[in-house]
Ligand binder design. Structure first.
Ligand code: NAD
Ligand code: UD1
Length: 327
């Protein structure tokens, strides 16, 4: 079913489409585009996204509940757009393992639909959400864009396919398609409800409920956590970087945080000093993940601005407000 939230006051800026705009990252992108004066359309099937995420912008956007598997619909929404930001995806790795074909219909064919709609509608620039998952279990750190990808899940293969299509659409058809390999994104609106949700959202949820977290393995594994607002800035820069067409960029901070240290910092912010529980390491868990950020800095002019301390504090305030909201 397709429905729209009526626009009360639509700004006169350029038009942009955000697929997956009701999701965690997409909704922050929508808010930033609206603030910048863009006319924003959102296409989302609400499979993991929520309309509540769009509360801040809902009376200034066109929201369409629909699916990127519907090429005609994507084409209709891409018409007249200056930029398309493609965030929609089956984001759960375990789900892609359970259903490699169904998830490929969204993550591969859906992405191809977005690129094809943009080609037909002569959209100036497309930014695709890719993932550091494409590096797989390669132990080399930091991860550099020119390393050979080692996808180890259907999700990673599907993201890589999207990158390859973006490269081909840029060279064959002159479309400016830029791929951003997000590292571990965190921030307000990240859903903590699945055991495979991002670790920061799970730990925040535990902290506000005054429950100890479980750390899988020894907790010395580390990640490169990037605040969602920095990821939004990277998208905006990528949309206006003409020379970046067909290229891929790591979007991380170049700063590593172990899972043990993460809980220490959250305990401090939340003033909940419980010792974590330790469980067995997850099968296939990646030990060390860290971005080389040089290419994004040199070619997109992108550098993260939010310190880990400030990002965590802002995320904690949001989780706390949600708990008060629910009670
Ligand atoms: P999310 O689940 O909050 O957002 C995905 C959105 O896409 C949801 O709103 C969902 O309803 C929508 N969607 C899913 N299938 C759809 C379909 N067939 N048609 C239309 N809409 C559909 O997840 P997120 O964390 O905001 O992820 C956004 C993008 O970033 C995804 O492409 C994801 O693969 C990528 N990514 C995220 C992270 C991270 O750390 N969160 C890391 C790497 C890459
Ligand atoms: C996740 C995604 C991957 C994506 C990557 C970057 C999964 C399975 N993987 O992997 O697709 O590309 O982010 O965004 O969804 N942990 C705990 N306790 C918890 C939860 C997690 O100790 O309650 C640990 C995990 O074992 C892991 C680390 O925290 O070592 C980070 O976990 P997670 O947030 O799931 O991210 P990734 O493993 O990097």
């Amino acid at each position: 079913m397709v429905f729209c939230i009526e626009s009360k006051q639509r700004p006169l800026g350029a038009r942009a489409l955000v697929t997956g705009g009701a999701g965690f990252i997409g909704s922050h992108l929508v808010d930033a585009l609206v603030e910048d004066g863009w006319q924003v359309a959102v296409l989302d099937n609400l499979s993991t996204g929520r309309l509540e995420n769009l509360a801040q912008s809902q009376d200034r956007i066109e929201f369409v509940e629909g699916d990127i598997r519907d090429l005609k619909l994507v084409g209709r929404l891409a018409k007249g757009c200056k930029a398309v930001f493609h965030q929609a995806a089956v984001v759960s790795v375990p789900l892609t393992v359970q259903d490699p074909v169904g998830s490929a219909e969204v993550n591969e064919i859906g992405t191809l639909h977005v690129l094809e709609a943009c080609r037909r509608q002569k959209v100036k620039s497309v930014v695709l959400a890719s993932s550091c998952a494409v590096y797989g279990d390669d132990p080399q750190v930091p991860k550099k864009e020119d390393m050979t990808p080692r996808p180890s899940s259907p999700y990673a293969v599907q993201k890589l396919a999207g990158e390859y299509y973006a490269g081909v659409f840029s060279s064959l058809y002159g479309l400016s398609a830029v791929c951003l390999r997000y590292f571990n994104v965190y921030g307000p609106r990240q859903d903590p409800s699945s055991p495979y949700s991002g670790v920061i959202s799970i730990f925040m949820d535990r902290a506000v409920k005054k429950l100890p977290p479980t750390i899988y393995g020894d907790g010395l594994q580390y990640r490169d956590f990037i605040f969602v607002k920095d990821v939004v800035r990277a998208n905006l820069l990528a949309a206006s970087a003409a020379a970046a067409a067909g290229k891929v960029f790591n979007i991380g901070t170049g700063r590593q945080v172990t899972i043990n240290d993460l809980w220490k910092q959250i305990s401090k912010i939340s003033e909940y000093a419980a010792a974590p529980e330790y469980g067995t390491a997850r099968d296939g868990d990646i030990r060390e993940s860290l971005a080389d950020t040089g290419t994004a800095k040199a070619e997109l002019g992108f550098e993260p601005e939010v310190s880990f301390k400030d990002g965590l504090a802002s995320t904690f305030r949001w989780f706390e407000s949600m708990i008060h909201h629910q009670s």
